[in-house]
Design a protein around this ligand. Structure first.
Ligand code: ADP
Length: 261
């Protein structure tokens, strides 16, 4: 569309950042932030220089999941440079550092665009091999702003195997296709549950759907992450499982994902 085409010409690389990768989902609650956080930490463990930008302006999760919610970033006197907060080898920035945790964000589209533009442009990221961007769910203002303002290397779509999530994931991939951002692949989250008592695997949210959708869009499932209580507990506690238990099978799934990116 004209709107997208006009924006595309204004895309400006962020100096020092080699790859900007959107971690996106069609729908909320599928584990996009959990995936973004663990992927970023896993990538940092390979020795890469990694940043994580929380673009979920309405529901920022990065401060809590990265164990940084009690910290505030340093801001230069004239308010023009914001310094990222670092943990587990990953530099992070989130609107959540700048507002109170319990305060609702009631913003219209242009305000979202403005805030995201600032988080992209005014943060002293330094040299990064990868900047992962934890997107808000869906296909809204933040997606348009990101893809219009900066050259996005590609998008990773997070979905559960459930039909309703896959339908929305398809919409997300359509949107990225329209703005000429390649889908690097999909992550099937909560793909199976291993019973801690008997070890039996059950497919709580169905199975096989992501692979079928991937075939349709000529993209692949980069990793399958199990539905696992420790992933949730550690994420809530602010220590991603990849950092807390790097030798676990769950961490291995995220490390495999990092290897595929
Ligand atoms: P989204 O970013 O898509 O809204 P979140 O990453 O915030 O989703 O995840 C939603 C909830 O599900 C969180 O409580 C998170 O800890 C939990 N969760 C995400 N992935 C898993 C998983 N693989 N196993 C168990 N819990 C998970």
């Amino acid at each position: 569309t004209a709107r997208v085409a006009a924006g595309a010409s204004a895309r400006q690389a962020i100096p020092g950042i080699a790859n900007i990768i959107a971690v996106a989902s069609g729908k909320g609650g599928v584990g996009k932030s959990t995936t973004a956080v663990n992927l970023a930490v896993a990538m940092a463990q390979t020795g890469a220089r990694v940043g994580l930008l929380d673009a979920d302006i309405y529901g920022p999760s990065v401060p809590r999941m990265m164990g940084l919610s009690r910290f505030r970033p340093e801001i230069d006197v004239d308010g023009k440079i914001i310094y990222p907060l670092e943990n587990f080898g990953v530099k992070t920035m989130s609107i959540g550092y700048l507002v109170e945790e319990n305060k609702a964000m009631i913003w219209r589209g242009p305000m979202v665009a403005g805030a995201l533009g600032q988080l992209l442009g005014d943060v002293a990221w330094g040299e990064l091999d990868y900047l992962f961007v934890d997107m808000p769910p869906g296909t809204g203002d933040a997606q348009l702003t990101l893809t219009q303002k900066v050259p996005v290397t590609g998008a990773i779509m997070v979905t559960t195997p459930q039909d309703i999530a896959l339908i929305d994931c398809r919409k997300g991939m359509e949107m990225f296709r329209q703005v000429h951002v390649p889908t690097l692949g999909m992550v099937e989250n909560m793909s199976q549950f291993i019973c801690p008592h008997c070890g039996e695997a059950s497919h709580i949210f169905s199975e096989g759907g992501a692979a079928r959708l991937g075939e349709e869009y000529q993209t692949s499932v980069l990793a399958q992450i199990p539905l696992d209580i420790r992933i949730r507990e550690l994420s809530d506690a602010g220590t991603p499982i990849v950092a807390a238990h790097p030798d676990s099978a769950q961490a291995a799934a995220y490390c495999q994902l990092a290897g595929e990116v």
